[in-house]
Design a protein around this ligand. Structure first.
Ligand code: IPM
Ligand code: MG
Length: 370
């Protein structure tokens, strides 16, 4: 092993502290790599007019993969007001760096496993084991938005229902991107002994965009006859997930619906303290806890680091270090089950680093017993 070069992007808010926690666990697990720090986050937006500076993108292009903590985003007006004076009048607009990373590096899979750990007091039900495949490059997230309707658009007859003072966000869904995310979901199902893939949409209303997605899903599904396939409208899916979460397995959906459903599924399985993601493309991937930067908790060493630790686990798994990944997951499971070291979200008073230390000890203990 070794020789991995990892872009290490702690970001801001609670990003740095949960990243430190993840790093402590990676070291304790015996994972060897060079970590190269990358600048990302709100401070670079304010000082340089870019929250994801070109040097960081360059770093991403020259490493094996990246670990990302979290970053703060603020609404458009506030973002411009916080810019350094020399950037104020340049017409810059803030776009979330994680969304940009996903698009610029074509990390088309957002993989979000949501599985209960036994003994977690926040489990909605026991034995929930869902995996979300969220399309990560298009849909409502393409960033084509108009705070006011452009005149040229109003000239198109089909745009007539749009009042002139409306704001518009464009949703674009392609057949090609839909097919590849659905294929990824089915391939995952086959490789991991999963029984079912559910494609989630809203094709009864969003007939064009969800129509393309649903059609692509229906074309791909028969290529995997051993995996059951079903479809659900996203609104009904929220209801069904609460009513009968054990009935679902792999869920595949478009970008915004995946964003929404993955928070719901995180809450079913312990809350955002357990939600982690892989943003995965053909050759590169960025791993992150799904929670945001939670500025109000920043610097308090208080938040649950398990999401970040599980993101690190997913990273080493993606790199092919299966044993290390398995050990980390077991150590997390042991800490959760024992319940002695818990952060506030789980009703405890342990710190972020206490939990990381406890996972690290559990790893060392398991190692010593071998
Ligand atoms: C997520 C987050 C991001 C998203 C935000 C931070 C832009 O909510 O990863 O789920 O909407 O994708
Ligand atoms: Mg989200």
């Amino acid at each position: 092993m070794s020789g991995y070069r990892i872009a290490w992007l702690p970001g801001d808010g609670i990003g740095p502290e949960v990243s430190d926690a993840a790093r402590l666990v990676l070291d304790a697990a015996g994972f060897q790599a060079d970590y190269v720090h990358g600048d990302i986050g709100w401070e670079f937006w304010c000082s340089e007019g870019d929250a994801l500076p070109p040097r960081t993108l360059d770093l991403l292009r020259h490493t094996d993969c990246a670990f990302f903590g979290a970053i703060t985003s603020k609404p458009a007006g506030e973002a411009v007001r916080e810019l350094a004076p020399e950037f104020q009048s340049q017409g810059l607009s803030y776009r979330s760096p994680i969304v940009r990373m996903r698009q610029l590096l074509d990390l088309y899979i957002c993989l979000r496993p949501c599985r209960t750990f036994p003994g977690n007091p926040l489990n909605y039900r026991e034995n929930i084991d869902l995996v979300i495949f969220r399309e990560n490059t298009e849909g409502m997230y393409i960033g084509v938005e108009f705070p006011e309707v452009p005149e040229q658009l109003l000239a198109i007859p089909a745009m007539k229902p749009i009042p002139p003072d409306a704001a518009i966000s464009i949703r674009s869904v392609t057949r090609q991107a839909s097919r590849r995310i659905v294929e990824a979901a089915f391939q995952f199902a086959v490789k991991n002994g999963r029984r079912k893939v559910t494609a989630v949409h809203k094709a009864n209303v969003l007939r064009a965009t969800c129509g393309v997605f649903l059609e692509a899903a229906r074309e791909v599904a028969p290529l995997y006859p051993k995996i059951q396939f079903d479809t659900a409208n996203v609104d009904a899916m929220c209801m069904w997930l609460l009513k009968d979460p054990l009935n679902y397995d792999v869920i595949v959906t478009t970008n915004l619906f995946g964003d929404i459903l993955s928070d719901l599924c995180s809450q079913l399985t312990g809350g955002m303290g357990f939600g982690y993601s892989g943003n995965i493309g053909e050759k590169y991937a960025v791993f992150e806890p799904t929670h945001g930067s939670a500025p109000k908790y920043a610097g308090q060493n208080k938040v649950n680091p398990l999401a970040a630790i599980l993101a690190a686990k997913m990273m080493v798994e993606w790199l092919g270090e299966r044993d290390i990944a398995r050990n980390i997951e077991r150590a997390v499971a042991a800490v959760v089950e024992r319940g002695a070291v818990r952060t506030y979200d789980l009703g405890g008073s342990a710190s972020t680093m206490d939990v990381a230390q406890s996972v690290a000890e559990s790893l060392r203990f398991a190692h010593a017993m071998r």
